[in-house]
Design a protein around this ligand. Sequence first.
Ligand SMILES: Cc1cc2nc3c(=O)[nH]c(=O)nc-3n(C[C@H](O)[C@H](O)[C@H](O)COP(=O)(O)OP(=O)(O)OC[C@H]3O[C@@H](n4cnc5c(N)ncnc54)[C@H](O)[C@@H]3O)c2cc1C
Length: 502
Amino acid sequence: MPAPLRRGPQRWTNYHGTGSAQLADLVELANSPADAGRDVLRDVAQDVLALLQGAKAARIQVRPLGSGWSPSPICLVEGGWLVETRRLNRCFRLAPDDVAADHDASRLMLVQAGATVDEVNDSAHELGLSLTTCGASNGQTLAGAAATGTHGSVLTAGGIQDHIRALQVVTPSGIFWVEPLERVMRPEFVAATGSIILRDNDVFAACLVSIGVMGFVTAMVIECEPVYMVRNIQKRARLGRHHITQLAAGDFRGFSRELALDEDPYFAQVILNPFAPFAKDALLRFLYRRAYDATIPPPPRALVGAGYDALTLIAKAMAGLDLFRADVLQLAMRAGYAVQRDIDDPEAVATWGNTTEPHNPIANLFNGSVTLERADLERAFDPLIKAFVSGGGGTVITLRFMKRAAGLLAPARFADNVVIDFDGPRSDVSHRSYRAVVTRLDALGIRFTRHWGKTNDLDAARVSKDYGIHYTRFRAAQRRIMPDPGDLAVFGSDCLTHLGLI
Ligand SMILES: Cc1cc2nc3c(=O)[nH]c(=O)nc-3n(C[C@H](O)[C@H](O)[C@H](O)COP(=O)(O)OP(=O)(O)OC[C@H]3O[C@@H](n4cnc5c(N)ncnc54)[C@H](O)[C@@H]3O)c2cc1C
């Protein structure tokens, strides 16, 4: 198997240009050409083990890198080694002999850490499977997306990490197969991957949203569902205050009945203009589940894609503008949903994989979010909008909804969550407005969390307060997988120390 490529010292900038670091080395992991998944996992994990042991001996910090999409500095490691995983992108089917008796191998897939969501969607489709949920875009790696709790707006699901059933994790002291106490894979399979079994509910739950401080994830077993399709309705519409009440109460059926189909939506998302949330059109997106039909060709992306990247790009036009913000933002929103598909238009039906958008770098974007208990949307909405606009309000506001997600440090920690995203140009105005929202929510005594991968202004005290006992259990789980403090130190960085995660 080819050795990892050492690209040497250099300045590295993340994918969207929001942060950079001077690296001692940029390392590109190579993949194994072996046929069997278990052999591939063993070969790669041994490379990663050697790398981590070398780093520990030389007291160098190592940061595993997915697609580098996180705008927050969690991928940066000043003076350390950044280790790229993008070549580790193979997905494998599993056989009934590989899995424990009570698991259905036909729904499981073995996925290497660096496979992008797009690649996972394609492989799942080939196996007659679909992911249940994911984020709006598809360029993140599966391990990187899970590490920050990436989510979409599927009303009955949590985050992307909820698909994970087991992980292969490498530390400087060994190669571990992490599962919950209830076993997932047969011991013979695990042994063939060169891993030692570590069955521990909290270690598993910590690894699901690991923020890159639970070791180096090299592969995962994920559970999907039989392939399905969704019908997309995306349109501009004027909302009233009562719609916010409806959403806060979880009456998605009623919301959908008024604005789209009289049917339970699978996914519902609202993009609002904060300057005029009810006086100007909002952008709505509903997805409704449909049975898989192989004769339906994939429609053009604009008809089923997430309408996210375009919006963010165009919202850049707003940076530095003080006048007519509401109108400019509305223009950007119109461009973002240039193509509408209402209930009377010809149906746009596609697989889950076709509902996500391809990856393009977006220079200088701002994205931040807050996740609160869905019911709190009712009393938070008006003050939150007021606070945001008082800061200058440079971005659109998106409301997304999800169930509690798996993982001790999953931001979606309430039984029912509303995630409020602020996406737009990277400017002082956007950041100031986001800070005003955070301050206002605190003043109102409303509990909320923030996305690990987005701009979040978090620090150690706040992380510990937000996650409470789950933070304590996370730190204890870290010590169980890495009892030697020297091992944990390898995964350090300024940002992660600041967050109290190292
Ligand atoms: C355009 C855009 C759209 C987005 N859309 C959404 C969305 O719809 N929903 C949402 O929730 N978020 C969204 N995000 C945020 C994004 O999903 C997260 O930041 C995600 O973590 C990025 O994945 P990545 O593969 O680039 O990981 P990276 O940014 O490379 O890494 C994230 C963290 O994971 C760690 N890590 C990566 N790989 C490994 C590994 N193999 N082992 C251990 N640790 C690892 C890294 O060290 C780092 O700490 C979006 C971001 C952008 C820029």
